[in-house]
Ligand binder design. Structure first.
Ligand SMILES: N=C(N)NCCC[C@H](NC(=O)CCC(=O)O)C(=O)O
Length: 447
């Protein structure tokens, strides 16, 4: 258990079938952009620009590859038969929405790929990953097999890493991965407090739950992940998300709170019991010799509606070498008056956050995915960082190779009817075969 570690951010490389299908009930952006035309090329380039800029700033940056689409296995398993072209044509005719599920590029939001516990926190001293089953949404519920496969390809060395399969895919174990999990610590390499935020409790009929939109994460799932990872109960905290904010479009906790180091940046209405939650967190933080720095944003400064529209809390909070933190925000935050003035106040306050870095991530934002959705955090010691596959680490050279690859293979416009085009399936397949060569991961896909 070394205590020098760096946090790598594994961003999802946006896949060539990025489109707007309105598949996520409870996610306001997904619903309001249904059936509008997407631009997969621009989406991928926007994501790559973020990765490149953060890598150039010295932050440890890597990527997770997109997944093979469309999912012909899904389409065939529900009775669409014939050649690939016939399967697409029949699905488009009978159920365009299920066809869109089979094409979804949703694995780009890698915060939902898995929950990660660094080696400093686990009983066996390895880094643990549990692929998230994402079983609340059809289009996301089949991501986990490839997520686990990709993670195993990158974190192969079982001396250092353990990748667990997703929890049983049933509502009791609804698991959304790192989007509902954050880690608080004195420094990334030291023991930390793992905070799991759940939306509902399967086996407690009296527990509060949202009324309008689904709660995707259960307490039972969070507890199962903590067990699999061998976490210590004194350093593990479970808090309930405020069901009222889920009903206002906060479908994951990372839409209303983000943590890094000893800082928890959160909205006043994020948790069902704010005061009780802070007591639990402070107590757990004492066990790791750290003091919680809670930055609470009041409703009178930023309403829940403004937080959802701007994605203020779906920001990345990154530790800089000088001990301060940068907040990586989507440009929508600058365009929202209340949020923009709050942010000016925040960086001028003399607190830990002294810099804002903003990106145009509009293509992803229109499906409800901001900077924090697009990345999976993995804190690694030097030995662990060396043991992982190096082909996914972002460098200037890889950036340029991937930009050329995107320019060659991606379309700049996709509309619902394009999902019936058999040529698109061949294009995606060809692109991914080439990608697995670029990343030096020959067995990446089960093509
Ligand atoms: N908050 C985090 N960590 N992730 C954001 C995920 C956004 C994703 N959107 C979608 O899946 C929309 C797909 C569509 O409508 O085409 C979702 O709702 O699961």
């Amino acid at each position: 258990m070394g205590n020098s570690a760096r946090e790598f951010n594994f961003d999802g490389l946006v896949g060539p079938s990025h489109n707007y299908a309105g598949l996520s009930f409870g996610n306001v952006a997904s619903f309001s952009n249904v059936k509008s035309a997407s631009n997969p090329k621009q989406a991928a380039l926007q994501g790559l620009a973020k990765m490149r800029a953060l890598a150039a700033r010295g932050f440890a940056q890597a990527l997770l590859p997109p997944q093979d689409r469309p999912n012909f296995r899904l389409l065939r398993s529900i009775g669409f038969t014939g050649t690939d072209a016939q399967v697409l044509a029949k699905a488009y005719q009978e159920s365009p929405v299920i066809l869109a599920c089979a094409w979804s590029a949703s694995p780009m939001w890698t915060a939902n790929a898995a929950t990660v516990s660094p080696s400093a926190d686990s009983a066996d001293g390895r880094t643990h990953f549990t692929a998230a089953n994402l079983n609340n949404k059809l289009h996301r519920a089949f991501e986990h097999a490839q997520s686990a496969r990709s993670l195993r390809a990158i974190f192969k060395d079982d001396k250092h890493f353990a990748v667990h399969d997703a929890l049983p895919a049933t509502p009791a174990f609804g698991d959304e991965g790192a989007a509902n999990h954050t880690r608080l610590c004195a420094s990334h390499g030291q023991q930390g407090v793992e905070l799991f935020v759940y939306g509902r409790v399967e086996f407690d009929a009296a527990a509060a739950a949202p009324k309008r939109y689904p709660a995707r994460q259960t307490l039972e799932a969070s507890q199962a992940v903590a067990r699999l990872h061998g976490l210590n109960s004194a350093r593990t905290v479970y808090l309930q998300q405020n069901p009222d904010v889920i009903d206002q479009g906060v479908f994951h906790n990372d839409v209303i709170a983000v943590g890094n180091g000893n800082v928890l940046f959160y909205h006043e209405q994020a948790f069902a019991d704010e005061a009780g939650g802070l007591v639990q967190l402070r107590r757990a933080m004492e066990c790791v010799g750290a003091e919680l720095n809670a930055i609470r944003v009041d409703t009178k400064k930023v309403s829940v509606a403004d937080a959802v529209a701007s994605y203020l809390f779906n920001s990345q909070l990154l530790s800089k070498d000088d001990g301060k933190m940068a907040l990586v925000i989507p440009q929508e935050c600058q365009e929202n008056g209340a949020v923009a003035s709050y942010l000016q106040e925040l960086v001028a306050s003399g607190g830990p956050v002294d810099e804002l870095i903003h990106f145009d991530l509009r293509q992803s934002m229109r499906n409800g995915g901001g900077p924090a959705c697009l990345r999976l955090r993995v804190a690694l010691t030097d030995a662990e960082a060396q043991a992982m596959h190096q082909g996914v680490v972002m460098t200037e050279a890889l950036y340029h190779t991937l930009v050329a690859w995107v320019e060659k293979h991606y379309r700049d416009r996709l509309e619902p009817a394009d999902l019936a085009d058999p040529a698109l399936a061949i294009e995606v397949h060809t692109a991914l075969e080439e990608l697995s060569r670029i990343l030096c991961l020959p067995g990446l896909y089960d093509l």
